[in-house]
Design a protein around this ligand. Structure first.
Ligand code: GLA
Length: 392
């Protein structure tokens, strides 16, 4: 992200104070969809679209938050942050603040300037990047730090409890722990992870269908409920099935007939997706790119047919991608029902791939897609430590 000094200057103009700066990336998920809240496996990568947070202290106990994206300021006495959001962009930083206070971390009054270039509502985790950047900034001001894994857990809690979106841990985790040129295989139960290098000759090409989605409502919640319904049925027979991570295809063969057909399909997606994700990480580590591509194709088919979380536009993007030379794998990434596809493409073909995709998609749908040539990037970090943050 190129705008760090612009955000620093903007913050200084607004407040007269020299800020401390933090940056936290969005993500693409290569494989492992809707498996995180089932304690399963995911393999995302942080991307080079991110949120920058600039922070400096105030003496009056107010949280004053300015979003450059929305060109709007929200002020609140720290003590009155409350425990529930108001369906507003400020829910994310305020939710983070509320969560830190709950953890007895004394965040003093502050001015916070936020700017991000992660496309909003596109399935690239703009929310997680805002949460993580805000939390790093507030921790700095409180004079403390936490392990990245803990920051991820607290940001997830902020999103679940304050924002009201029942997401899993994947987005916040990779925003905290991602590494340059690596994908991250995460065990969402133990939170153990390993980093697998993305081969140098491959690019992450992200195709935005421009179909918007929202996690705070609708389909994401319905899917989680269906998954929980299926889990409860299996648990009646095998009490050790706490979440679908613990279930097998044999369980489904034995007791799936007790489930409504849609519930059976949702569970089948998650159980097979967990196996595919672990296999995909091994394929990436072994540099077996044709296997990786095949697993991504199977994952997309399962997401489309069993989880029913794709949409016509995303299917068109994936079908088009698979026909292009140099495309290793393609699938819809993120929460589903719109957003972006992730494509692993040989770097020397990436530009051609992008223009052919744009043309083909426009022709098929009448929609002009946005296409981003990205790469696996570092997780959240401080950008620049000022000698002295504070009012002059
Ligand atoms: C969203 C959620 C994640 C995860 C994905 C689906 O991005 O925030 O926790 O559940 O959807 O894999």
């Amino acid at each position: 992200m190129k705008n760090v000094s612009a955000i620093k200057e903007l913050h200084q103009e607004r407040t007269g104070a020299l800020p401390a700066l933090f940056i936290a990336p969005g993500r693409v998920n290569l494989i492992g969809e809707h498996t995180d809240y089932a304690d399963g496996f995911v393999m995302p990568a942080a991307i080079d679209f991110a949120t920058i947070a600039a922070i400096s202290p105030r003496r009056d106990g107010q949280a004053v938050i300015y979003s450059r994206n929305f060109d709007e300021t929200v002020s609140r006495p720290i003590a009155e942050v409350g425990s529930r959001g108001a369906h507003h962009w400020s829910d994310y930083p305020l939710g983070v603040l509320a969560t830190l206070l709950e953890e007895s971390i004394a965040v003093p009054g502050f001015d916070l300037t936020l700017y991000g270039d992660v496309p909003l509502g596109a399935g690239l985790s703009s929310s997680a990047s805002i949460e993580v950047a805000s939390m790093m900034a507030m921790l700095h001001l409180a004079g403390t730090s936490l392990l990245p894994e803990k920051v991820a857990q607290l940001c997830q809690r902020a999103e679940n409890d304050y924002v009201g979106a029942p997401c899993g841990i994947m987005d916040q985790f990779v925003s905290c722990c991602g590494a340059e040129d690596h994908a991250l295989l995460l065990d969402c139960r133990s939170l153990e992870y390993r980093l697998a290098p993305v081969p140098k000759h491959l690019s992450l090409v992200i195709c935005n269908s421009m179909v918007k989605h929202s996690h705070a409502g609708g389909e994401y919640i319905t899917r989680r409920a269906e998954v929980e319904e299926g889990t409860a049925i299996l648990r009646r027979h095998r009490p050790e099935v706490r979440l679908l991570r613990d279930a097998t295809m044999e369980d489904l063969q034995q007791w799936g007939h007790e489930m409504p057909p849609n519930v059976l399909k949702r569970c089948r997606h998650i159980i097979t997706e967990n196996a595919r994700t672990v296999a995909a990480a091994e394929a990436l580590e072994a540099n077996d790119l044709s296997l990786l591509g095949r697993l991504m194709a199977e994952a997309h088919a399962s997401y489309r047919d069993d989880f029913e979380a794709s949409c016509r536009e995303a299917d068109i993007l994936v079908d088009l991608a698979m026909k292009q030379p140099g495309c290793i794998g393609a699938r819809l990434t993120g929460g589903g029902f719109g957003g972006c596809t992730v494509n692993l493409v040989e770097s020397e073909r990436a530009e051609d791939f992008a223009s052919t995709m744009a043309e083909g998609y426009q022709e098929a749908t009448g929609i002009h897609p946005e296409i981003y040539l990205s790469r696996a990037s570092a997780g959240a970090h401080a950008v620049e430590e000022p000698a002295r943050a504070g009012r002059e």
